[in-house]
Design a protein around this ligand. Structure first.
Ligand SMILES: Cc1cc2nc3c(=O)[nH]c(=O)nc-3n(C[C@H](O)[C@H](O)[C@H](O)COP(=O)(O)OP(=O)(O)OC[C@H]3O[C@@H](n4cnc5c(N)ncnc54)[C@H](O)[C@@H]3O)c2cc1C
Ligand code: FES
Length: 267
């Protein structure tokens, strides 16, 4: 099922992922390719895009970080509350059966990657799943990945409270330098992290897929809000998940993004 007009859906469960992130489970029948997003609408407030963290045609999960006015209201919603959803939109991650995949997630980026991993292990893929956060209590999806047969969890924290002390990209670098071979690297999270992953993939000539997030409004290529320099492509339809080859055509990747008014902000 797909909708371009928001339909109200009931929240059936709320999961506190860490001190500032919650997963909302909606009663919703969308069929979603992992990496695609939906627009969530809170009446009389606003509407924002969120990557789908899980969907099976019966329920749909969104993992939301409380960072501003909309996400704050969204993370206050409780079981029984309703919100509007439309979509799913954009292009998701892709893989072939039995591939070897590295996934590098930061922040809420681990949520759509875990959804992708669920599908990939079903297809016989082997996954190194690398999660990074500033501190142990901020890591999300750790237990879910630990339980996933076919996936090996690697963790980094900036303060060394658990796992590798430093960045998740350093774990990937070590794995590659030790001789691990990957058919593709998938990454979702802060753009500075994804830019480092893209550089590493390029250096070692490994295919990569990047979830390119730009300020989005319509979500389906109409409003022009999410165009990137210099291609002029709308990232909501070209992406959000794009190839390494494509990201090299996007000069602004890793450098700047635009706000709701089109003003540039450096990362
Ligand atoms: C494809 C895509 C997938 C996303 N998936 C998730 C997700 O799974 N979980 C999650 O917590 N957040 C996700 N976001 C970000 C989310 O859409 C909002 O940006 C975020 O919730 C902040 O909105 P706010 O109003 O609370 O805060 P604000 O204070 O308005 O914004 C905080 C930051 O979010 C950016 N932002 C605000 N509105 C938008 C928008 N409409 N589109 C893109 N960026 C925006 C701002 O530029 C700013 O950097 C995703 C964004 C995109 C484009
Ligand atoms: S959000 Fe409107 S064109 Fe992409």
């Amino acid at each position: 099922m797909k909708n371009d007009v928001p339909q109200m859906h009931t929240i059936t469960k709320v999961i506190q992922e860490n001190p500032t992130m919650r997963t909302l489970v909606f009663d919703c029948d969308y069929e979603v390719v992992p990496g695609q997003f939906v627009n969530m609408w809170i009446p009389r407030l606003d509407e924002k895009p969120f990557s789908v963290a899980y969907a099976d045609g019966k329920e749909l999960h969104l993992t939301i970080a409380d960072v501003g006015p909309f996400s704050h209201e969204a993370t206050q919603l409780e079981v029984g509350d309703k919100a509007g959803l439309r979509g799913p939109y954009g292009k998701g991650f892709w893989f072939q059966p039995n591939q070897k995949i590295a996934m590098v997630g930061g922040g809420f980026g681990s949520a759509p990657l875990h959804f992708t991993a669920l599908h990939a292990v079903e297809a016989g893929c082997e996954i190194d799943f690398i999660i990074g956060a500033r501190r142990e209590d901020l890591l999300i999806y750790r237990e879910r990945v630990e339980k996933l047969k076919g996936a090996t969890l690697h963790v980094s924290t900036d303060d060394g409270s658990v796992g590798h002390k430093g960045y998740n990209v350093q774990i990937l670098e070590k794995l590659v330098e030790e001789g691990k071979k990957y058919d593709t690297i998938m990454t979702c999270g802060p753009e500075v992290m994804m830019a480092a992953v893209a550089n590493l993939a390029e250096k070692h000539k490994i295919d990569a897929q990047i979830s390119l997030e730009r300020y989005m409004k319509c979500g389906f290529g109409l409003c022009g809000q999410c165009v990137v320099d210099p291609t002029g492509d709308t990232s909501c339809t070209k992406g959000p998940v794009v190839s390494l080859e494509y990201i090299r055509k996007v000069d602004e990747f890793g450098k700047y993004h635009r706000d709701a008014l089109g003003k540039k902000h450096e990362w």
